[in-house]
Design a protein around this ligand. Structure first.
Ligand code: URA
Ligand code: SF4
Length: 190
């Protein structure tokens, strides 16, 4: 069921028990940033720090992402909204399972419907495979743009993957520069 109201959506999500991740979470992570922005970044799901704080991307990955955003003049407070495929932490940071993603995706769709973004950036494989292409390969397809239902979509490396493999950092930074270009091209006011 879709709602027209952002706060109502948040309340619903904060109390959700639609999948088994509700049993092990500390906090639901609804997402953060500016819901009036035209740019959404979608990660995988909360990790330990996110679960503890109820905020997305606040651990080491998040710090790296904030740094990369800062490079292109974006900040989560001002001009983007950051969400996740699942709003509750998968135990031991395992990948979210298919049934969990499917249980949660309606909330993401509702967020997208209310925000009505011009750009969606998939952060990592889990988001890109569900939102862009089931066979999406980050190493091959990162930084490619596709127009889907009127929204420009792209994917890039997950910052956790960059922390494990810093060799991909320059390629990831190229994706962020490409995002900056797309913002300009579309005339999005920041
Ligand atoms: N990784 C994600 O995919 N999302 C977060 O919110 C934090 C880490
Ligand atoms: Fe509900 Fe999503 Fe949390 Fe599962 S992950 S309990 S569907 S909010």
């Amino acid at each position: 069921m879709m709602t027209q109201n952002w706060d109502e959506l948040r309340e619903t999500v904060l109390h959700c028990t639609a999948c088994k991740l509700c049993e092990t979470r500390q906090n639901v992570v609804f997402g953060a940033g500016n819901p009036h922005s035209q740019i959404m970044l979608i990660g995988e799901g909360p990790g330990q720090h996110e679960d503890e704080e109820g905020e997305p991307f606040v651990g080491r990955s998040g710090q790296l992402m904030d740094k990369m955003l800062d490079y292109i003049g974006l900040s989560r407070e001002k001009n983007i909204f950051i969400g996740n495929m699942v709003k509750c932490r998968p135990p031991q940071n395992r990948d979210p399972e298919r049934d969990e993603v499917e249980a949660c995706i309606g909330y993401l769709r509702n967020q997208v419907a209310l925000i009505n973004p011009k750009i969606i950036v998939c952060i990592g494989r889990i988001a890109a495979q569900r939102l862009i292409d089931p066979d999406y390969k980050v190493t091959k397809q990162h930084g490619e743009w596709i127009l889907k239902n009127g929204v420009w979509m792209t994917g890039t490396f997950h910052p956790a993957a960059l922390l494990r493999n810093p060799n991909n950092k320059p390629a990831a930074m190229q994706d962020f520069f490409s995002l900056r270009e797309k913002i300009k091209e579309l005339g999005i006011e920041l």
